[in-house]
Design a protein around this ligand. Structure first.
Ligand code: C2O
Ligand code: CU
Ligand code: CU
Length: 631
């Protein structure tokens, strides 16, 4: 018998084999992790990913236990093919599936996977063509040699599978209709017919050059046009979409807004596609300062410029000689602007009564810091917050007035004789004394807008950082507020926390409510007529202006201390770092409503949840299939 000892010459070093196997198993795991979403999207895609995953897993096992030149040649060819297919799918798109020739988005899972495949490819080539090397190596040296590939594979597999399994779903519904169960679709929750005077507006969403940059605008300006109507008017607003993306309009803060007009993509409507239009209709029943903005891909679209103000004047006519809106917002060319400029000058003559409607549309940094303007030059009253009047507001001297993103504050004063009135922005001052604001103070310190009313010399400015902050809970006179006095029918904790993690297919500072991030936060279900209490606990060092669509929240207390002044009725409650707020609302507007942080970054990182009325359903879905992404 022939005794030929083969010195296992075909085997490349064990470290190489191990590395190659791990860098093949990693992509296999990621392909398995993305398969469910692809099955939802298109079954053949799902099958493709499962098959590729299985083949890669088998190849990884074979690399360890039965390596051969043929195996590595096949692996190299297959991997090169996958990389090629990936590049095609992300550039021109693949010819099959629900969206032929439409490039897919680049995401964390596919980057992690492709990175491993790119590193594996040369390893396969070396393994296939390396000269026989019959020497034995010490196990420690083997481990050291395999370490880089191992670390790379483990890290990328962790990121890839983590982000893939927390991917944005293809389609999900906050309240799907269940066959056999009686229900009302949001589509039916429209304004009742009536003979109110009709005010018609058209807002064209389009890209326009503003301050030398491309902005996303309504009618070519940032902010968009101010819509001014009289209490009791019926608004008919047509949104024409000339943007390269789908969009909507949400009517932020309008009391009694019919749910079908709420403008939330994937809940109350399908986002309006480019080239299409849609008309919103509702009755402006309550006077006040409101605003409107896109609620599709909101964080992105609002920061690009899609917002404007809606003022509803009282039926009894204006109460001041001059009535101005001052929108604080991100300047298109950077910094904070007021009504589109860094130097806003408003007319006013001595003795005239002036109302300034302040709107905070500034997208803050991660800390969510509010704007905190100070009015100098005249005593003033804060007559309304979020468009809801305060009772017997007293005159105030210079104070910082915190206004969270999305909130509004109306100030009224009489023009002084010889000085002008100035609104000074103190965001940077708050930042420098604030909790944790390195990022925010840099962002906020650039070009604070100057807002001046009237002529005359500039009023003297006190040290802004030493000024007290306006406290809405101890201002004005107590008065009956039926909602905050009512028996509470249902009470819910809203505990806000944050931690780094996987969310919506990427790595984020995930923001959670009661330990879950959207879309995994279970909805609160209410019934019409209920008085619902929310116990909001902020376990973070950030500000969270918590906004409830379609309703008014009455503040009960902050950190357990009750409201001692006027009732405070808001659509957005500014919950400061580590504060606890108790609010109640009357469930008087059936529909499916969002409750979310108006720091849009936080909302997109998970801080948004539905508050649903029992029996209301939606035909719309959110997710990659419909393209509806309300955050
Ligand atoms: Cu102003 Cu849901 O937003
Ligand atoms: Cu809103
Ligand atoms: Cu927040």
């Amino acid at each position: 018998m022939e005794m030929r000892v083969r010195p296992t010459p075909e085997r490349p070093g064990p470290a190489l084999l191990f590395g190659a196997a791990l860098l093949t198993a990693g992509p296999a795991a990621i392909h398995f992790a993305v398969a469910p979403v692809h099955f939802e999207e298109y079954v053949p895609f799902g099958l493709f990913f499962v098959t590729v995953g299985a083949l890669q897993l088998a190849a990884a096992a074979a690399m360890l236990f039965r390596p051969s030149r043929r195996l590595f040649l096949v692996a190299a060819a297959g991997t090169a093919g996958l990389i090629g297919l990936y590049l095609v799918s992300r550039t021109v798109g693949v010819p099959v599936g629900p969206h032929p020739w439409r490039p897919e988005m680049v995401g964390f899972p596919d980057i992690a996977c492709t990175a491993m495949e790119l590193v594996a490819l040369p390893l396969f080539a070396v393994a296939a063509f390396r000269r026989p090397r019959p020497r034995r190596r010490h196990p420690v040296r083997v481990a050291l040699a395999a370490a880089p590939a191992t670390l790379l594979a483990v890290a990328l597999t962790y990121v890839g599978t983590g982000t893939a399994s927390a991917g944005m779903p293809a389609a999900y519904s906050v309240a799907p209709a269940v066959s056999g169960q009686p229900s009302t679709s949001v589509d039916l929750l429209t304004a009742p017919p009536g003979d109110e005077p009709v005010r018609t507006f058209t807002l064209t969403a389009r890209v326009a050059r503003v301050d030398g940059r491309d902005a996303w605008t309504y009618d070519g300006s940032v902010p968009g046009p101010e819509l001014r109507v009289v209490q009791g008017d019926r608004l008919r607003v047509t949104l024409v979409n000339h943007l390269p993306a789908s969009t909507t309009i949400h009517w932020h803060g309008v009391p009694g807004l019919p749910n079908a007009e709420d403008g939330v993509a994937g809940i109350t409507q399908q986002a309006v596609a480019p080239g299409h239009s849609m008309t919103y209709e509702f009755i402006a029943s309550a006077p006040g300062t409101y605003w409107y903005h896109s609620h599709q891909d909101t964080g992105n679209q609002v920061s690009r410029g899609l917002y404007g103000v809606l003022v509803v004047e009282p039926r009894t006519g204006p109460t001041e000689d001059r009535d101005y809106t001052v929108v604080l917002h991100n300047g298109v060319a950077g910094g904070v602007a007021a009504n589109g400029t860094s130097e806003l000058h408003l007319a006013g003559r001595p003795g005239e009564r002036v109302r300034l409607r302040l709107v905070n549309a500034v997208s803050p940094g991660m800390d969510g810091t509010p704007q905190a303007p100070v009015l100098l030059g005249a005593p003033y009253r804060v007559v309304a917050l979020d468009g809801r009047d305060l009772i017997q507001p007293e005159e105030l001297g210079p104070q910082r007035i915190p206004i969270g993103m999305g909130q509004r504050a109306d100030l009224v004063f009489t023009m002084p004789v010889s000085v002008c009135v100035r609104l000074v922005d103190t965001e940077s001052q708050i930042h420098s004394s604030g909790v944790q604001s390195a990022i925010g103070s840099l962002a906020g310190a650039a070009n604070l807008p100057s807002v001046t009313v009237g002529e005359g010399t500039r009023p003297a400015s006190p040290r802004l950082d030493a000024l007290p902050a306006f406290d809405p809970l101890q201002y004005g006179a107590p008065a009956a507020d039926p909602v905050s006095a009512a028996h509470v029918d249902a009470s819910y904790p809203i505990v806000i926390s944050e931690q780094p993690g996987f969310h919506n297919g990427s790595i984020q500072l995930v923001h959670e409510i009661n330990g879950a991030a959207s879309p995994n936060i279970p909805p609160i279900t209410v019934r019409e007529g209920q008085v619902v209490r929310l116990h909001i606990v902020n376990d973070t060092a950030e500000y969270h202006p918590m906004h409830l669509h379609g309703h008014t929240m009455s503040v009960l207390s902050r950190n357990g201390e009750p409201v001692t002044g006027s009732p405070v009725r808001l659509d957005s409650v500014l919950v400061g770092p580590n504060e606890t707020w108790d609010v109640v609302f009357l469930a008087d507007n059936p529909g499916l409503w969002m409750f979310h942080c108006h720091v849009l970054l936080h909302a997109s990182f998970g801080l948004t949840m539905p508050i649903d009325y029992a029996g209301i359903t939606t035909p719309y879905t959110m997710g990659t299939r419909s393209g509806n992404m309300p955050e």
